[in-house]
Design a protein around this ligand. Structure first.
Ligand SMILES: Cc1ncc(COP(=O)(O)O)c(C=O)c1O
Length: 438
């Protein structure tokens, strides 16, 4: 006798309200109050002198960030999106240039390329990690390629060694979008700190946060200076900063406030602990999923890599499960567990790529006068990325503090219950869809 599924009117596995993720404590509060008491909420000046690089809290954060990750320079910004744009600009990449990136990422990785007038070229992913497949990257390189924008998706490192090798053979920059993987390691090195510039996010959804914010890191002095120029209206003061006109860059206001920096400083101090919490729960869930289900594969962790589980991403085998992915996820959610289905579709399905609307308003087929390449955004260019849309199930808000192993067990019970009740679920679904006469 199977328990009736919550989606069919039964009692859910849990009615628990999972608590919000709140990692702010007295330390952040005290330091923000200190900033407010000082009245100096930002101390940036787009003029020569120390204030070109921000106020005391911004500089304290940057120093701590660089020390923590073992890099020479950390440049804070008002978001990772800003830092991603600034990284492309700092490398001197612009109109006519191509940047190879992943189609399975948050939109900002690729729009950072578009915002600089350059052209994103999408390479396929490794189906195990959904990170860029270096072999596919290699096939996308042309004479116009200037950089590879690697993404460390969901908290797992991309395969950096072959990417760095391609970059050195073809003289390319390697930029890392590390928004989702702060503290992850690839062969003993922090992700975000392996290529020329790496970008971290401090938005409110991330493992550590300042509400909004981003940090770009680099070991290259010149790139660090150029990041600072893009961040702070650099074009206004080029000569007075001791830089030649060759360094000309359009600058923006990408500056972080003193309050955000004060929060981010203390959040950074908690990063390893917060990651350890996620890893502990994820390891538990991985063991239980492996024991219980043959239709679900836990996240792949490559040898010599640490996964920091921004998301707990599983592969779902619809044929083995016997229930469509969307219905499975809906039924698990009805049991009280926040399971999401389907990874986002590949970015190139968006109209800014499909119709080339980001390149001008001339419609399809359109090629801006400064671009002489043949980039394709048609269906089928990245088969693994396209397939992932239909096989991915992920837990976004469960595998983190303050949840516990008991909560992971609730997730296992919910998935078990839905799979045990699959016959009733399929029948009811078929009736609802009008496939079965009642
Ligand atoms: C992979 C990735 N890149 C970039 C971003 C943009 O970060 P921000 O919101 O700090 O601009 C995000 C945010 O969700 C992300 O997940």
């Amino acid at each position: 006798m199977f328990e009736e599924l919550a989606l069919l009117g039964g009692e859910p596995v849990t009615r628990k309200e999972f608590p919000p993720y709140n990692t702010i404590d007295e330390r952040e509060k005290a330091e923000v109050l200190e900033v407010l008491d000082s009245g100096v909420l930002s101390a940036f000046l787009a003029a020569p002198g120390p204030a070109f690089r921000g106020g005391p809290k911004v500089r304290k954060l940057e120093q701590a960030w660089a020390e923590h990750f073992g890099v020479k320079h950390a440049v804070s910004m008002n978001s990772a999106t800003s830092a991603l744009c600034a990284a492309v600009a700092a490398c001197g990449i612009g109109p006519g240039d191509e940047v190879i990136t992943s189609p399975l990422t948050m939109t900002a990785t690729a729009t950072a390329v578009l915002a600089n007038g350059a052209v994103p070229v999408f390479a396929d992913v490794d189906p195990r990690t959904l990170n860029l497949d270096p072999a596919s990257v290699g096939r996308c390189i042309t004479e116009r390629t200037k950089a590879i924008y690697v993404v460390h998706l969901a908290g797992h490192p991309a395969d950096m060694d072959p990417v760095m090798e391609l970059a050195s053979t073809h003289d390319l920059f390697v930029l890392e979008d590390n928004a989702q993987a702060p503290g992850a390691q690839y062969k003993g090195r922090y992700t975000g700190c392996i290529g020329h510039i790496g970008v971290f996010s401090l938005n409110c959804h991330k493992t550590i946060q300042a509400g909004e914010g981003g940090v770009a890191v680099t070991n290259d002095d010149r790139l660090a200076d150029r990041l600072c120029l893009v961040r702070n209206h650099g074009e206004t003061r080029l000569e007075s900063l001791g830089l030649s006109a060759d360094e000309y860059l359009i600058g923006f206001n990408f500056r972080m406030t003193e309050m955000e920096a004060a929060v981010a400083y203390h959040q950074l101090g908690k990063l390893e602990q917060l990651n350890a919490w996620r890893i502990r729960l994820a390891d538990y869930l991985t063991r239980r999923i492996t024991e219980e289900f043959d239709c679900l594969s836990p996240p792949h962790v490559a040898p010599d890599c640490t996964h920091v589980y921004y998301l707990y991403h599983m592969r779902y085998d619809e044929a083995k499960a016997g229930i469509p992915l969307d219905l499975f996820a809906e039924a698990v959610r009805a049991e009280g567990i926040p399971l999401s289905a389907r990874w986002m579709p590949p970015l190139y399905r968006m109209s800014i790529y499909r119709q080339r609307s980001a390149f001008g308003d001339s419609g399809w087929p359109f090629r801006p006068p400064w671009y002489h390449g043949e980039v394709s955004y048609t269906e089928g260019i990245c088969p693994h990325a396209e397939a992932a849309e239909h096989s991915s199930a992920y837990l976004e808000t469960l595998v983190r503090r303050p949840n516990t192993e008991e909560d992971m067990e609730l997730a296992v019970r919910a998935m078990r219950k839905v799979l045990d009740g699959r016959a009733a679920l399929s029948e009811s679904h078929a009736v609802q869809a009008g496939c079965v006469k009642t």
